[in-house]
Design a binder for this molecule. Structure first.
Ligand code: NCD
Ligand code: ZN
Length: 359
C-alpha cells in the first residue's frame, strides 16, 4: 500500500451556480475524493460567472452547504471589474483571465482590458491565464512588465513549454500546469463516439486547448521539469451535450488523474516524487493554500483495472479514458482525520469541506 498526501487540483469546473445538470459542488467534490483529491479550486465560468461580491457569495454559499472536500473559488476578470476585485480577493482562490475563446462568457480580447487587472490584483495571489500559443506569450510579457506572478493554465504545445522555460530562465514570475489528457492523448487518439455520428465531428473529442500532436506531447514529457503542476481542467458536460450538433468543449478528469499518473510511474515516465511536487507542494505554494493535517491517500500500487464511467461519481456520465487499462487504485482517502472515501464509497457528508480561505 502506497501512502500519498491529499492531492490539490487547481483547475476544476464545478458548474454551480447555473448548470447543475452537468455537476454541482456535491458531485464535483465526491468525484475529487474518489480521485484522491482533497482540495479543488473552482473556475468562475459558471452561470452567472463569478465576477463580483454577490456572485462569489452565491458560489461560496453553495460550496459551504454541499462540498465534501476542501475548496477555493476563482473570480473571473471582466471588462469593468478590475477595481472591485481587490476588495474580495481575500475570499477568492485567485483571478482567472480568459484570453482565448472557450466555454462561457468571460473573455477579454482587447489587451487594454488586461492592464487594470495586472495593475490592481494583489500580487500574493497568482493570475491564472487561459492563453494559448501567442496569447500566452503576450500574457508572459504582461507578467514581466507588471512584475507579478502569472500561472498559465493547461499548456499543451511544444512552443508553449519552450517559451515558459525561457521566461523562467530570465526570472519572469511564470508557472504552469498540464492536464493528463494533454500528456496521454494526441489529436489522433481514438475516442469513443456517440451513436449516429455520421459525418459530424466527434463532440467527445472537443476540448480547449485542443488535443495536440505527438511532437507537442513529447515536448511536454521532455520538459517535465518546467511544468509546475498537474491539473485536470475537469470540465464536465453530459453525453447528450457532447453528442449534440453543437458539442461544448471539455473533459471530466478528477477520477482519472491519479490512476493515469501512477500508470506513468509504472511505465517509468514519472516518479512518485513528481506527483507529490506537482500535485501537492507546488500548487500549495503557488496558490497559497493551507496544509491539511491528518490527510492522506492510500493506493494499491499493483491493482490493474479498466477505467469505467459507470463507476465514477461525476454527474456528466462519461470519461474520455473509458476502457483504458491503468495500474494503481485509490483505496482510501482520509481528510482532516476522517475517512472520506473507502473502497468505492464516499463517507463524508455534504458540508464537510472547508473553504481554504477561511482557515
Ligand atoms: C472548459 C469548460 O467546459 O468550462 N472547457 C474546456 O474545454 N477546457 C473551459 C475551459 O477551461 O477553457
Ligand atoms: Zn478550464
Amino acid at each position: 500500500m502506497l501512502k500519498l498526501p491529499g492531492l490539490i487540483d487547481p483547475h476544476v469546473h464545478v458548474r454551480e451556480p447555473g448548470q447543475i445538470h452537468k455537476e454541482d459542488w456535491d458531485t464535483a467534490t465526491q468525484s475529487a475524493l474518489a480521485g484522491g483529491v482533497t482540495i479543488i479550486l473552482g473556475m468562475p465560468n459558471t452561470k452567472p460567472p463569478i465576477f463580483d461580491s454577490e456572485t462569489l457569495d452565491i458560489a461560496l454559499d453553495a460550496a459551504k452547504q454541499k462540498a465534501r472536500c476542501d475548496y477555493g473559488q476563482f473570480v473571473g476578470a471582466g471588462p469593468d471589474n478590475a477595481h472591485l476585485l481587490p476588495t474580495i480577493s481575500d475570499r477568492a482562490a485567485g483571478l482567472k483571465m480568459y484570453l482565448d475563446s472557450t466555454f462561457g462568457e468571460l473573455r477579454l480580447d482587447d489587451m487594454s482590458l488586461w492592464t487594470p487587472h495586472f495593475e490592481k490584483f494583489p500580487k500574493h495571489l497568482p493570475i491564472v491565464l487561459h492563453s494559448e500559443s501567442r496569447t500566452m506569450a503576450a500574457g508572459i510579457l504582461f507578467a514581466a512588465i507588471y512584475d507579478r506572478p502569472v500561472h498559465i493554465a493547461h499548456i499543451s504545445l511544444r512552443e508553449e513549454v519552450l517559451l515558459i522555460k525561457a521566461a523562467k530562465e530570465k526570472g519572469i514570475k511564470v508557472t504552469c500546469e498540464v492536464c493528463p489528457h494533454h500528456l496521454f492523448m494526441t489529436a489522433d487518439s481514438p475516442l469513443p463516439e456517440g451513436e449516429g455520428l455520421g459525418v459530424r465531428v466527434n463532440g467527445r473529442k472537443e476540448v480547449r486547448p485542443r488535443l495536440a500532436t505527438q511532437k507537442d506531447v513529447d515536448a511536454l514529457w521532455q520538459n517535465m521539469d518546467v511544468i509546475d503542476c498537474f491539473a485536470t481542467d475537469h470540465a464536465p458536460h453530459t453525453l447528450a451535450e457532447k453528442d449534440s450538433d453543437n458539442p461544448p468543449p471539455g473533459f471530466p478528469g478528477l477520477e482519472t488523474l491519479l490512476p493515469l499518473l501512477l500508470t506513468g510511474v509504472d511505465d517509468g515516465r514519472l516518479t512518485i516524487d513528481d506527483i507529490i511536487q506537482k500535485s501537492v507542494i507546488n500548487p500549495r505554494r503557488i496558490f497559497n493554500l493551507p496544509e491539511q493535517p491528518e490527510t492522506w491517500v492510500e493506493v494499491d500500487e499493483n491493482a490493474v483495472y479498466e477505467i469505467k464511467a459507470s463507476e465514477q461519481f461525476t454527474r456528466c456520465g462519461w470519461t474520455p479514458f473509458e476502457g483504458w487499462k491503468v495500474k494503481g487504485k485509490i483505496r482510501k482517502v482520509v481528510l482532516r482525520g476522517k475517512t472520506a472515501f473507502e473502497d468505492g464509497k464516499i463517507l463524508v457528508e455534504p458540508g464537510y469541506g472547508k473553504n481554504v480561505r477561511d482557515q
